[in-house]
Design a protein around this ligand. Structure first.
Ligand code: BGP
Length: 496
């Protein structure tokens, strides 16, 4: 669809920015906080870039007022942050830690003082270590009750101040990284366990959405999903089918459950065939169908391109040693190997020749952002809140003390322009949070990979003074907010 004129953003559009507790707070054991799985996992040598961890991070816990002041000076309309469960209930299910609640209440009050809408994420990957040890974390249904207890505390204490709530951040990412690729806690590689844990998270998501609607009837709640459109590598119908499979496996597997209350048929059947489908009890279906999110949070970084899998070779990096051949069809594989690669008969991932990549190899795809917004809106018919989008890059502090991050401005401008087109197409987008406001700890890439509008002066090993320095992109976004996106055009004018 080509539009000669783009519609303006709605007056109350939530121009925001996002963060997550472990990536910014530090104070990992202060004021009664218990350890989370990330406190433990990041201490395993070799798991993170230069063994970085969030013990201090950017010390937001002690400097939140300074950070909020910078948000206010920028004119930010919304700020998405996450609550560390183990600050509120240190062992995950027992005593409530008032000091933890106070911290978030103070943060919320500070935001409201400046007219910034708080957007609270309940779970951004940091389950208390005690629950991991006692129950095996998300693999046990016991944890659903613990999560409900924690959420109830927040609903009751902050429900009158916070309107927008996110249940789980990128369930697709933390379950895959944690239970399949051994790159996040709990450091497991087992797809059967991944699908089981994922199902428990689905149940927890449904339970807390229902609980929220009872306790905070005027609030709005939804999950934040890491969405990527799936492109066929060619117009060969076999590749189109592969892209449909890819979409089913990578997106609908979660979004259908959130919004329709059931798993997509084809992927579920495939998993059952391989003996790796989750255990779904009769009451589960009723629960999943009963929970209705008010909006969908969409995090957008990149999509993927796929082709028919002729079973001639495995998906890149998936089978480290084993090679497939045409005479060695998938169904002849030993059960254990089949179950480790559920995608193999469905699609095969390839690189997209039309897209450039970031320094970390992520495809840059602004048009894909518009496609993502349209696909999600058309399929689920819910307002969309973009809860993350941004560019991870190496930023240099110049001798004159500035950060000239024009590449980030280009990236954000291109994406916001496509969002404006999606809006003109007819998608209901209620807000946009860039990732991230300040620089912060990248889960696996330390402080080298930066996303913020505000530079934080520290390196992996040297905490320095953690000085906050607004980058060029800070002033650019300030202007975008001031003009409610009117200056988002094909021509970039950087204002300072
Ligand atoms: C998303 C996470 C964020 C953030 C972002 C950038 O998946 O929700 O928490 O980390 O990705 O990721 P990275 O730091 O790995 O580049």
């Amino acid at each position: 669809m080509y539009h000669q004129n783009l519609e303006e953003f709605p007056e109350n559009f939530l121009w925001g920015s996002a963060s997550a507790a472990y990536q910014i707070e530090g104070a990992f054991d202060e004021d009664g906080k218990g350890p989370s799985v990330w406190d433990t996992f990041s201490k395993i040598p070799g798991k993170t870039f230069e063994n970085t961890n969030g013990d201090i991070a950017i010390d937001h816990y002690h400097r939140y007022k300074e950070d909020v002041r910078l948000m206010a000076e920028m004119g930010l309309k919304a700020y998405r942050f996450s609550v560390a469960w183990s600050r509120i209930i240190p062992d995950g299910e027992g005593e409530i830690n008032e000091a933890g609640i106070d911290f978030y209440e103070n943060l919320v009050d500070e935001l409201l003082l400046y007219g910034i809408e708080p957007v609270l994420t309940l779970y951004h990957w940091d389950i208390p270590q005690a629950l991991q040890d006692k129950y095996n974390g998300w693999e046990s249904r016991e944890v659903i009750g613990s999560f409900k207890k924690y959420c109830k505390v927040l609903f009751e204490r902050l429900g009158n101040k916070v309107k927008y709530w996110v249940t789980f951040n990128e369930q697709n990412v933390f379950t895959a990284m944690g239970y399949r690729w051994e790159t996040h806690p709990p450091n497991v590689s087992d797809v059967k366990r991944m699908f089981e844990a994922n199902h428990v998270v689905n149940l927890a998501n449904a339970e807390v959405i229902n609980l929220f609607h009872k306790i905070v009837p005027k609030g709005l709640i939804g999950p934040s999903f890491g969405y990527g459109p799936m492109y066929p590598a060619t117009s060969n119908p076999a590749d189109i089918l592969a892209a449909e499979n890819g979409n089913d496996f990578n997106n609908s597997w979660w979004l259908d459950v959130y919004c329709k209350g059931r798993y997509p048929v084809f992927t579920l059947k495939q998993l059952k065939k391989n003996g790796i489908a989750p255990t779904i009890l009769p009451d589960d279906e009723e629960l999943l169908a009963s929970a209705k999110p008010d909006f969908l949070g969409i995090n957008f970084y990149h999509g993927g391109t796929v082709q028919e899998n002729k079973l001639e070779k495995p998906i890149e990096n998936q089978h480290k040693e084993r090679a497939f051949s045409a005479t060695d069809p998938y169904l002849m594989q030993p059960k254990e190997e089949q179950s480790q690669s559920p995608e193999i008969p469905m699609f095969h991932s390839v690189s997209n020749p039309y897209l450039e990549k970031t320094n970390w190899g992520w495809e840059i795809d602004p048009v894909g952002f518009r496609i993502a917004l349209r696909e999600v809106y058309a399929r689920y018919d819910l307002p969309i809140f973009v809860t993350e989008n941004g560019l991870g890059a190496i930023d240099e502090l110049t001798e004159s003390g500035t950060i000239e991050d024009d590449y980030r401005i280009d990236y954000l401008n291109a994406h916001i322009l496509e969002m404006k087109k999606a809006l003109t197409d007819g998608v209901e987008v209620i807000g946009y949070c860039s990732w991230s406001f300040t620089d912060l700890l990248s889960w696996l890439n330390g402080y080298k990979k930066r996303y913020g509008f505000v530079y934080v002066d520290r390196t992996e090993q040297d905490v320095k003074d953690l000085q906050r320095i607004p980058k060029k992109s800070y002033y650019w976004y300030k202007n975008i907010i001031e003009t409610n996106g009117k200056n988002i055009t094909n021509k970039i004018e950087v204002l300072k």
